[in-house]
Ligand binder design. Sequence first.
Ligand code: FES
Length: 108
Amino acid sequence: MNNNNHDIFITDTGETYSASPEDTLLKGMERLGRKGIPVGCRGGGCGVCKVRILSGQVRKGRMSRDKLSEEEEAAGCVLACRVWAESDVTLAVIGQMGKAVRRKNVAS
Ligand code: FES
């Protein structure tokens, strides 16, 4: 933890987690310990970690165009394993990861 950390707010669950500048958004989400978060390639190639950035600044790494179309990217979608927060971020989980993240709400 350091002062450069950013708060990442997940609209689907109302949770906030802290991400250091070195951690991808996916890494921080994994740390929440949500059971069933599908961890795929972690390299921008499988598409399971797709999220939509609703607000905030992010830095993007290489992402497979097969898994993230130009239309999706234009709409704010990114692959969380290849994105780093540069400010506080609000995101929504979509696709396969959404089910795992929301599962907690069903159980509680
Ligand atoms: S884990 Fe495969 S694209 Fe993110």
